[in-house]
Design a protein around this ligand. Structure first.
Ligand code: ADP
Length: 271
């Protein structure tokens, strides 16, 4: 469709170069509009299940009004479904914010130590109840330009997955490393791992490697998609190493900046 538009524009006196830019802009806008349509369709589909469950359980409570034990049991399930729905909704909102063209608003110089502390603290209770030990290590005093909340959520999602897909009494490592002009944050587990055929797809929204297995963990299939978009919005990338039965390591790499005290961004790859 680019050709005819070019010809029309030339006839109306607009330079071909400008027209090319315009055509590219229209294509980009169409692509975004399509992404938005897909997102709304996927999301409505994913919301139907928990909304349906909440409705059914509420009805069940109404009809079991004479039986306090049943009411209590339905109410417990209702509360669990409502929590799931709440988590799903807040993840959908995070992802839709990250996918929109809005700029990140809270940009500042962010200490990676602060990001790690916040992400680790948020998941400390989950780790404890799963019997998993979080082990934090590596370089300190590294900085990036970014939004601390978005970055903490991204690292937190990796930690949450590492805990959820690990056996009890295992360790989850959260390591930081300064490499040339960049900071690497690695979250590694010795859990079930991800088959090679799924390793690309796990970053897609609502994709879950093994549906039956993942369902038990109560996830949403949005965690890694949020990680990918959050990192990309910071000019970084996320990589995955995994072997089924051995474990997984997700590594976020972000452009580093100088520390507020003037210490320059890391230059040499450290071991
Ligand atoms: P979920 O909410 O299902 O965890 P994610 O987007 O965070 O959604 O992850 C997508 C899928 O990738 C998960 O359903 C799971 O199958 C797989 N996965 C993610 N992290 C890990 C991990 N650390 N170990 C094993 N599998 C993982």
């Amino acid at each position: 469709p680019a050709e005819p538009r070019l010809i029309v524009a030339r006839a109306s006196g607009i330079t071909p170069r400008l027209t090319l830019v315009l055509v590219r802009d229209i294509t980009e806008r169409e692509r975004l509009a399509e992404m938005r349509r897909d997102f709304v369709a996927n999301t409505s589909h994913e919301l139907k299940t928990p909304v349906g469950a909440v409705t059914l359980l509420a009805e069940a409570i109404e009809s079991a009004a004479d039986d306090p034990d049943q009411v209590r049991s339905f109410a417990t399930r209702l509360s669990a479904e409502a929590t799931r729905l709440g988590n799903l909704t807040s993840r959908i909102m995070s992802l839709s914010r990250l996918q929109s063209s809005d700029e990140l608003t809270e940009l500042r110089d962010v200490a990676i130590d602060e990001v790690i502390t916040s992400a680790v603290e948020t998941h400390a209770i989950a780790a404890e109840s799963a019997g998993v030990t979080l082990v934090r290590g590596g370089d300190r005093g590294l900085y990036v330009r970014g939004d601390v909340q978005v970055l903490s959520e991204a690292v937190g999602n990796l930690i949450a997955n590492a805990i959820a897909y690990s056996p009890p009494a295992s360790q989850v490592g959260v390591g930081v490393r300064g490499v040339t002009d960049a900071v690497e944050i690695a979250v590694s587990d010795r859990g079930i791992g991800i088959p090679e055929s799924d390793q690309q797809r796990v970053f897609e929204r609502f994709y879950r490697a093994d549906y039956a297995r993942s369902r038990r963990t109560g996830g949403t299939g949005l965690g890694l998609s949020i990680v990918k978009h959050a990192v990309q919005r910071h000019g970084g990338e996320v990589q995955l190493w995994s072997r089924p039965g051995r474990g997984s390591t997700f590594t976020i790499r972000l452009p580093a900046i100088a520390a507020p005290d003037g210490t320059p961004a890391p230059k040499k790859t450290k071991k």
